[in-house]
Design a binder for this molecule. Sequence first.
Ligand code: NAD
Ligand code: MG
Length: 386
Amino acid sequence: MASKISVLGSTGSIGTQTLDVARMHGLEITALTANSNINLLEKQAREFHPKMVAVLDLGAAAQLKIALRDTDIEVFCGEEGICNAAVEPECDTVVNAIVGVAGLVPTLSAIKAGKNIALANKETLVAGGALVMKSVNSYGVKLYPVDSEHSAIFQCLQGCPKNSLKKIILTASGGAFFGKTKDELENVTVKEALSHPNWEMGAKITIDSATMMNKGLEVIEASWLFNCKDEDIDVIIHRESIIHSMIQLKDNAVIAQLGVPDMRIPIQYALTYPNRLASPTKELDLSEIGCMNFQKPDYETFRCLSICRKALRLGGLYPTVANAANEAAVEMFLREQIRFLDIAEIVGNAVDTFKDNTENFTLEDILNTDKNTRLKVKDKYGHNNY
Ligand code: NAD
Ligand code: MG
């Protein structure tokens, strides 16, 4: 069980919920980090007394240093500063709740420093799964999933003999636009895309849920965590978000993990594994839920899911490309520079036109591919304004 944790991205949705869990179980906080929200970071620092904090934005870091000068908390800045937090000497577990591929280098740094990882940052595995899994093995650390579906699978697998898994069944809420046709999606707004039916999350993952890119990223994430191929991973729409995912075993028995949609359950399990402790979340009352529904995903309308599956089958750097194009596209959609349906167009186009694939890639290749893909997308669409 984790006892001293560093929380990367502590001011975000997963980060603040991680601190709820830490508060409840008296976990010691060794480091906290944020992009630029120093007001909340300062508040967190004063409550949890970490050894250090880090802020990506240099100006914000300088302000925080002044604000915290009456404390002995060290303040670091930039990407290097975030990596310092990931390798804080006393910490045993790093919770990575950063959004986007920016989480990859800190994850690798933490692994190399021998830290266990509680991973919410799925983009780490999508863009760099091969490297991450290799480092996890060579440094002998544990990687615990925080993403609710992957935590569910991890929980279902407890006690199953090795090689008994036949397939993974990932559940998907379907996001804000489930059931809509392409025509109906033509003019949807940012505000509409940001209203998720069941989960309160950061903006990027909420848009990813609306496009179903999130489920595509999760298929790739699952392939690394549970060593399976595209064809071993089914996706099923389950609007109620009560079953968080399932596994089918060789004898066709299916095991599911259920609970109220509250990320503090998977966050806590990643930190307390294999123990089960009391939780601040609500109990599940199935009579209140009444019934649960399941449907096939619409791969034609929500193309991002198919594109991610294709990227996974192609392997190598294709998932890195799909992820980078999506990150750039979502940023532009949130700034109202492109339309909702352009996101899938951009991601599909990036994957279809990518030429420099290689199986034996380095971290530098991943970072370059990520950068070049974003530049290409921004060059083509960045000047738009709808
Ligand atoms: P969020 O936007 O609410 O928070 C992101 C955090 O990362 C913030 O603390 C922010 O300051 C920090 N950050 C942003 N950009 C950064 C950068 N470039 N470098 C360093 N720090 C940066 O996001 P979130 O919803 O908490 O999601 C975090 C991760 O967890 C994502 O990968 C997401 O897919 C995954 N996830 C989230 C949920 C959820 O319920 N929110 C569920 C499953 C998985
Ligand atoms: Mg998820």
